[in-house]
Design a protein around this ligand. Structure first.
Ligand SMILES: C[S@@+](CC[C@H](N)C(=O)[O-])C[C@H]1O[C@@H](n2cnc3c(N)ncnc32)[C@H](O)[C@@H]1O
Length: 241
């Protein structure tokens, strides 16, 4: 059976998360470029780039920036000018040479989808792909805030889709189960999201083991410092060795 992250990131995802838009990406990417100017030169990977909203901004500063994602649907929805710079790959097996990238960005929580062993392995892989002093931008959720403010159930409508969601912390993961109803056809589907809730300390320990040193933590896309109530945990790391 397909894993949840192999089947969920399609047109329905794009619609339900359409508030995660180009403007949010512009603010985040421009801030990241100020904190990590290395992103403006050499090959930089926007990993799990989705429809390429961050990549589009990044490529204005860096013509060697490129994106990768597993979802054919989201890659197919990217602006046509980005197409030559998009590759389809599974991040667990990145087809790239070690020590070659000047930077890697993971925007809007594409980390924590797998088992602990696979997540750790992914972090090691990311560290290995960066050249000395290359940078990693890890935009992750604030695990503690998520747990404290969890809304167990809600129903929202976006366009022609109604999403009935149930959320729970199951072990150390945030699990969201959705029933999506297409209001025009009545068609229904079940969707799952399951993301490991790593506290910042654990993420940092994983990163250190991958040869990465923390340069800055931001709690918002506009660059405010991280606090317990920050909506995001955005770690900017540099390859130390
Ligand atoms: C929450 S979305 C974020 C997309 C994009 N970074 C953004 O901010 O709009 C997570 C992305 O991870 C991608 N993804 C999920 N599993 C993946 C995998 N194993 N390898 C590569 N990409 C994956 C999805 O297709 C999706 O585009």
């Amino acid at each position: 059976m397909a894993e949840w992250f192999e089947s969920w990131f399609d047109e329905d995802y794009a619609l339900l998360y359409s508030h995660r838009d180009e403007e949010e990406a512009r603010v985040a990417m421009e801030r990241a470029l100020r904190v990590a100017p290395e992103l403006a030169t050499g090959p930089v990977l926007d990993l799990a780039c989705g429809v390429g909203r961050h990549l589009e901004i990044l490529r204005r500063a860096n013509p060697l920036a490129f994106g990768m994602d597993l979802s054919r649907t989201l890659l197919g929805m990217a602006p046509s000018g980005l197409r030559p710079w998009l590759l389809r790959a599974d991040m667990r097996r990145l087809p790239l040479k070690a020590g070659t990238l000047h930077g890697i960005c993971l925007w809007f929580t594409p980390f924590g989808y797998f088992s602990d062993d696979e997540n750790r392995e992914l972090m090691l892989q990311l560290g290995g792909l960066l050249k000395h002093q290359g940078v990693l931008v890890m935009d992750y959720l604030n695990a503690d805030l998520v747990a404290r403010t969890l809304v167990p159930e809600d129903t929202v409508e976006w366009g022609e889709v109604r999403a009935q969601s149930r959320r729970a912390i199951e072990g150390d993961r945030l699990v969201k189960r959705m029933v999506l109803t297409h209001l025009d056809s009545g068609e229904q589907r079940d969707v799952l999201e399951s993301v490991r809730l790593y506290p910042p300390r654990e993420l940092q320990e994983m990163a250190v083991r991958a040869g990465l040193r923390l340069r800055r933590v931001m709690g918002t896309y506009s660059g405010e410092g991280f606090s317990v109530d920050s909506p995001r945990w955005i770690g900017i790391f540099e390859k130390a060795w």
